[in-house]
Design a protein around this ligand. Structure first.
Ligand code: ADP
Ligand code: MG
Length: 664
């Protein structure tokens, strides 16, 4: 397939804008789907009421007159004859079209209708009559590129042969009478009739959901490895350990511990999802679970998504488990070769009972003495490859997935199927809900004042900027720009640090530690960077361009504050979608937030979704496309049942799934 640069008619500016939309290849471009369609059908003027939006076509009846209102604005007037009505058309800033509109010219006009004065204030004017029905794709864009331009760039790509993998097995392709992927992609970008469009959309959604459900089913236990380890631990010992903790467990924490205990005691393999809001206290549940496993003589591996979080879990474990006798180790990718070697042999010899780390825990070099239990924090990172690296060694541990993005129960049941779910809904006592407000850029003065108030009290602040790149200025507050601003406002009274994705992890860690030690009071960061450490003295989070995030992602971010008994604040700075953002001002309950997110987007931040709140699906929507999802679920189960890895499509699909699950 061609490179984007090779498309004739796409210049450097267009290329840059496409890159900003996350489009880097021709393949990205043709998979950048419209989010809705405008269907242009000729309106019947006899049925149209005042202020209806109408679409009419007809011929020009009078020579257009152009009035210049000021140097930036003009207004053009002319008459057309449409459906035997003589209509007065007014349109702004199209004066340049005057020469193309001689009397008798056929045109199409879209605009607001006033039947009494036979008048249309047009928002669009096109040369030529309307075809029977025109369906126009509408794309999400950014400043500097219109949906039409995007559509044009896509049409350039579609002039070439579309070279894309088809992942729907033939039987299902035939079962639903789906067009091919290539045809479907062409249709969704350049639809000619609604019926074909619907089918093409359905096909693309189905493929997304089919692969998604395959992934889910693949994650689940299959029949032969349902037999798990047998353990025998006295619950009193568990309670004794709980008694040594610096706080009492919340009711839901206690329930989760009991459920996990039951799972671990039963001879069936454990496959449980522990979901609970940020800050709800999942870590301690994980540590108690590790302790139960330790008492039964097996090793536990706890995998965190980032090195910083792994380190944090490690420190937590050391302090909470210091009297248990459980030996705890840390293994991350950035450790020195010598340190790693020592850890490897300690794991192999069984000298370590609980090993905490990143995905480095499941590379081929790691051999476990007797791994019985795997816990993953943010489950989607536990890839199939990692699983199979264990399976090859004949180990089938119990598995506990932890997730901070709860999803509504109905969807959970469908998506996770036979996975058991524990939910922590109550937050630890003494927590005050984070007070959340929405502010516009014009209210920056108040935002700065609120920040000043926190600094004065000796507290710390996170400032989140969504992008690192110097990009279109009108839309983004980038880290550097923000840093300048903050330095101007607060440089004299406190220390300001920045974190961004381009920094080396050692550099990041220095800054994070400075923030943790209160050597930095304001930390400006992109979400590319894990702001995962627990800094209880941080009481405010200011998130710029917050409309760019999904509600769940914002909720997770704000979970970084409110981590002690101080009142904490979150300010969502945004020029757009403030109605949506206001949901967060009303609730601190992650379950409710994720429910709203689902209702709005049909997709929370599920498996494989990025922290920024990117959607998992390009087209499918779990809520609206639930019936397709159900089909896809059934089909994916059948498919796995009859999986034949000698067949090349099956192979391709499994490869794809494995690749997509192994994110890091
Ligand atoms: P998360 O669910 O986001 O992983 P953590 O496990 O990091 O949450 O817990 C957040 C904070 O709450 C930690 O500082 C932890 O020590 C504290 N915590 C956890 N459980 C309780 C509890 N039952 N009572 C009081 N504080 C708790
Ligand atoms: Mg956590």
């Amino acid at each position: 397939m061609k490179q984007l640069e090779e498309l004739k008619g796409l210049g450097p500016k267009g290329l840059r804008l496409l890159n900003q939309l996350g489009i880097h290849t021709v393949n990205d471009l043709i998979h950048y789907f419209p989010f809705r369609y405008d269907i242009l059908k000729r309106s019947d003027l006899n049925c149209a009421a005042k202020d209806d939006k109408v679409i009419v076509d007809g011929v020009v009846e009078s020579v257009p007159r152009v009035f210049h209102i000021n140097h930036k604005m003009d207004k053009m007037d002319f008459k057309i004859n449409a459906q035997n009505h003589l209509l007065n058309i007014a349109i702004f800033n199209r004066g340049f079209l005057k020469s193309q509109l001689p009397i008798g010219k056929e045109v199409t006009v879209i605009g607001k209708y006033d039947p009494i004065h036979s008048h249309i204030v047009a928002s669009e004017l096109r040369i030529g009559l309307l075809e029977k029905e025109t369906i126009e794709p509408v794309y999400h864009t950014i400043y500097g590129i219109s949906s039409k331009q995007l559509s044009h760039y896509i049409s350039l790509a579609l002039k070439e042969k579309v070279d894309t993998e088809d992942y729907i097995p033939t039987i299902y392709q035939e079962k639903y009478h789906f067009p091919s992927k290539e045809i479907s992609i062409r249709i969704v970008h350049q639809p000619t009739n609604e019926g074909a469009l619907k089918k093409a959309e359905e096909r693309i959604k189905y493929e997304e959901l089919f692969l998604f459900m395959l992934k889910m089913n693949y994650l689940k236990n299959n029949k032969q490895n349902k037999i798990g380890l047998k353990r025998n631990v006295d619950y009193q010992k568990v309670q004794a350990f709980i008694g040594t903790l610096p706080y009492a467990l919340t009711e839901d924490q206690e329930k989760s511990v009991q459920a996990i205990y039951q799972d671990l005691m039963s001879p069936t393999r454990m496959n449980r999802l522990l979901q609970g809001d940020v800050g709800s206290g999942k870590t301690v549940v994980a540590l108690i679970a590790s302790y139960i496993n330790y008492l039964s003589g097996y090793q536990t591996a706890l995998m965190a998504p980032t090195e910083i979080l792994a380190e944090q879990h490690y420190q937590n474990a050391l302090s909470l488990c210091k009297d248990t006798g459980m030996q705890i180790g840390l293994l991350t990718g950035k450790m020195k070769a010598k340190e790693k070697k020592e850890i490897y042999s300690a794991i192999k010899n069984g000298d370590i009972d609980l090993i905490i780390g990143t995905h480095a825990l499941f590379t081929d070099t790691v051999e476990y003495a007797n791994l019985g239990f795997v816990i993953t924090d943010e489950q989607h990172r536990f890839g199939v490859n990692q699983r199979s690296s264990l399976k090859n060694k004949g180990i089938t541990p119990d598995i506990l997935y932890m997730s901070a993005t709860p999803i509504p129960r109905t969807y959970a049941l469908t998506l996770y199927g036979d996975m058991d779910i524990s939910s922590i809904k109550t937050v630890p006592r003494g927590r005050k809900p984070v007070i959340t407000t929405v502010a516009s850029n014009r209210e920056m003065k108040q935002v700065l004042e609120a920040m000043y108030e926190q600094i004065k009290q000796g507290h710390q602040i996170y400032v989140i900027a969504p992008l690192i790149e110097e990009s279109d200025k009108s839309d983004f507050e980038n880290v550097n720009e923000l840093s300048e601003k903050m330095n101007k406002a607060f440089g004299k009274i406190c220390q300001i640090g920045t974190l961004h994705g381009k920094m080396k992890s050692a550099e990041k860690e220095i800054v994070m530690n400075q923030f943790a030690n209160n050597e930095i009071q304001i930390l400006i960061s992109t979400t590319v960077v894990e702001v995962g450490v627990d800094v209880p003295n941080a009481t405010m989070m200011v998130i710029f361009d917050s409309y760019r995030f999904g509600l769940s992602a914002l909720h997770q971010l704000r979970g970084r504050v409110g981590r002690n008994d101080l009142q904490s604040y979150c300010i969502l700075v945004s020029e757009r979608e403030t109605e949506r953002l206001h949901i967060l001002t009303k609730t601190n309950d992650g379950f409710k937030v994720s429910e709203e997110d689902f209702l709005l987007r049909g997709s929370g931040d599920l498996f494989g979704a990025k922290q920024s709140g990117d959607m998992v699906f390009q087209m499918a929507n779990l809520k609206n496309d639930f019936s397709i999802l159900l089909n896809a679920r059934q089909d994916s189960e059948d498919f796995l049942e009859q999986l034949d890895c000698k067949d090349s499509l099956s192979n391709k699909i499994i490869n794809l799934i494995e690749k997509s699950m192994d994110l890091d």
